[in-house]
Design a protein around this ligand. Structure first.
Ligand SMILES: Cc1cc2nc3c(=O)[nH]c(=O)nc-3n(C[C@H](O)[C@H](O)[C@H](O)COP(=O)(O)OP(=O)(O)OC[C@H]3O[C@@H](n4cnc5c(N)ncnc54)[C@H](O)[C@@H]3O)c2cc1C
Length: 163
């Protein structure tokens, strides 16, 4: 998953294992997707997602800043904050977070789009296939599904949390 041109973490003691970083991606329900937005201003937009087999999946309206940015540049990163416990007496926070870099695309294949929408739907409501199907029947044609292929993944935690 990791490519040589992605930089190494300076404080490597604080780096999480790949397994732990993946666990966080699997557990969290939202993060912030960073794209190259209008006039090359970075556009960091919060989104719900589901992780599956090295990929992140999102749903989106068919138009807007996010879709325009993805159409212009497929390079992206996605950040999830797992923990942010502020310790006022230490002027710090005990944090844990994950950042993924990769490429993001609108899913064009209808079958892949449907499977992705099902995955995302089940992530939020795993026990009601009937209502999910109704939702997809009425809404899927009016939304895009997005696939983010992860190329590089790092996790980091505050030194205070390092065992
Ligand atoms: C926890 C969370 C989960 C979400 N999950 C999803 C999801 O799964 N799918 C989805 O499509 N959307 C989700 N949203 C909403 C998402 O953040 C965007 O508002 C939405 O996707 C529209 O993006 P856009 O670029 O098309 O909006 P546009 O209306 O085209 O954006 C135009 C401008 O509006 C402003 N803007 C847009 N969104 C926000 C925002 N969230 N906060 C502040 N300013 C904003 C920015 O300045 C942006 O440049 C979620 C938001 C949150 C907070």
């Amino acid at each position: 998953m990791n490519q040589p041109y992605f930089r190494a973490m300076r404080r490597s003691r604080q780096q999480l294992t790949q397994d732990r970083a993946l666990e966080i991606l699997q557990e969290a329900t939202s993060g912030v997707l960073a794209l190259l937005g209008d006039y090359d201003y970075p556009y960091a937009v919060p989104l719900s997602y589901v992780y599956s087999e090295g990929k992140l999946y999102f749903h989106s309206a068919m138009a807007g800043h996010k879709i325009d940015a993805i159409s212009k540049c497929d390079k992206a990163s996605f950040c999830v904050i797992d923990k942010d416990d502020v310790h006022p007496e230490k002027y710090t926070t005990f944090f844990r977070s994950v950042i993924a870099f990769g490429k993001i695309h609108i899913i064009e294949d209808e079958q892949e789009k449907l499977e992705t929408a099902r995955k995302l739907g089940k992530r939020y409501n795993p026990n009601d296939d009937e209502s999910l199907q109704k939702e997809l029947d009425s809404g899927l044609s009016r939304m895009h599904m997005l696939r983010f292929d992860i190329e590089h993944l790092t996790g980091k935690e505050a030194i205070e949390l390092v065992k």
